[in-house]
Design a protein around this ligand. Structure first.
Ligand code: AMP
Length: 399
């Protein structure tokens, strides 16, 4: 693979896999959140600035049966042109076929072509080799800047890479940032390494916790999933969230952690509520002694202090999942306290990576985005990376 920033794109046609899977308004097809588009603009600008041209390919939505208007990438053309400072963006209403090839062929330096939705072809998700080869003919350099789909072995995200020589395939700037941040946490780890895992379900996070037991010094478990661990240890959790079929898993994880000398931290106290609602009556209770008729919806004040102390002495921090129902103001104190501790540790020199849907939303909502080292754009891809899986989109470039 080549290094993106060292590559001179003058005279090259760069075929970039981007993640433009943005939400669209159902009626007007206006883009309601353009974060994913903005994330890849620096990559596109560098290529255009060098004197190269750009062919962009992406999926959008979940089209079932071929082309459909609501999943057409044509809805993105105008906004993309604006994000690129008024650069004209051409559109091909098919991602392969004659029009796409002719337009790509005729592109001049500084020009941009956006291809129609890759998933209008079933071959994309199947990772079809012949389809990938057809796509590869559209450019002479392949750039993967779609971390969000790096865990999928699709035609445009992984299979296509084999049709480019080693020096003509590379990560884009977004992907480079994602991969190097994830590697810093998992492979260039400065100890102590604290993983903060929250959110609703133990079942979603078992694999990541198991893999982190090999790497972390401390694992903080908060959010709804903490109560399954509490019950597994004989605690009384009232009406708190619990996966009864995962009690044994929780016990096994705690035992493995003890065997490996990894310190697991569970919240000593909780903010409890008499119903799952923003206007519920609230109180505080030990997390292992919650009265019937009440449920734990956030970590308590004591737990905030307990967790913050661990975080502040860490050199590497990974944070996935909120500490409570942070969408409701009464239950966001814990998640805010953890965000503050992560920001303080970062200011003191720790490397902190926040990733996975809801923790990213929380960090953004509380205004901490610039106070942590890196906020990942990849939900599923990031989780799979920390579960220890090989991501096909990364492996295909590195081969
Ligand atoms: P996840 O997608 O698994 O990371 O879970 C995120 C969701 O977990 C958020 O919507 C939170 O509201 C929810 N959550 C966090 N803590 C609790 C809790 N104690 N009880 C119920 N839901 C929770």
């Amino acid at each position: 693979m080549s290094k993106f920033s060292d590559f001179n794109f003058a005279g090259h046609k760069a075929l970039i896999r981007v993640d433009f899977n943005v939400p669209l308004d159902k009626q007007s097809f206006a883009i309601t959140d353009d974060t994913r588009m903005r994330a890849t603009i620096p990559t596109i600008k560098k290529i255009l600035g060098d004197g190269g041209s750009v062919i962009l390919m992406s999926h959008l939505g979940r089209p079932k049966d071929g082309p459909e208007d609501k999943s057409s990438l044509k809805h993105l053309v105008k906004h993309l042109s604006e994000l690129l400072g008024g650069t004209t963006v051409l559109f091909a209403n098919d991602c392969i076929g004659e029009q796409a090839y002719l337009t790509a062929n005729m592109l001049r330096p500084g020009e941009v072509l956006l291809l129609e939705n890759l998933r209008f072809y079933k071959e994309e998700e199947k990772g079809d080799k012949a389809f990938a080869e057809k796509l590869s003919k559209l450019g002479d350099v392949y750039v993967n800047d779609a971390f969000g789909t790096a865990h999928r072995a699709h035609a445009s995200t992984a299979v296509i890479a084999q049709f480019f020589p080693a020096d003509k395939k590379m990560f884009g700037l977004l992907m480079e940032g994602e991969v190097s941040s994830a590697e810093k946490v998992l492979h260039e780890t400065k100890k102590p390494f604290t993983a903060i895992i929250g959110g609703a379900k133990v079942s979603d996070k078992i694999l990541i916790i198991e893999n982190l037991l090999e790497k972390a010094t401390d694992i903080i478990i908060g959010g709804g999933m903490a109560y399954t661990f509490m019950k597994a240890q004989g605690g009384h959790i009232g009406g708190s969230l619990c996966e009864d079929d995962r009690l044994q898993t929780a016990t096994d994880l705690l035992k493995k952690a003890a065997d490996k000398n990894v310190c697991i931290h569970l919240p000593s106290d909780s903010i409890i509520a008499d119903k799952f609602a923003a206007d519920a009556n609230t109180s505080t209770a030990p997390s292992n002694n919650i009265p019937d008729g009440w449920m734990g919806l956030d970590i308590g004040v004591e737990a905030c202090g307990q967790f913050s102390n661990v975080i502040k002495r860490s050199k590497t921090i990974l944070w996935n999942g909120p500490m409570g129902v942070f969408e409701m103001p009464s239950f966001q104190h814990g998640t805010k306290a953890i965000a503050t501790a992560v920001a303080e540790a970062t200011a003191a020199g720790a490397f902190s990576l926040v990733g996975g849907g809801d923790s990213v939303a929380a960090v953004n909502q509380f205004g901490y985005t610039d106070k942590v080292s890196y906020v990942s754009t990849g939900g599923g891809a990031l989780l799979e990376y920390f579960e220890g899986k090989v991501l096909p989109g990364i492996a295909a470039i590195k081969e």
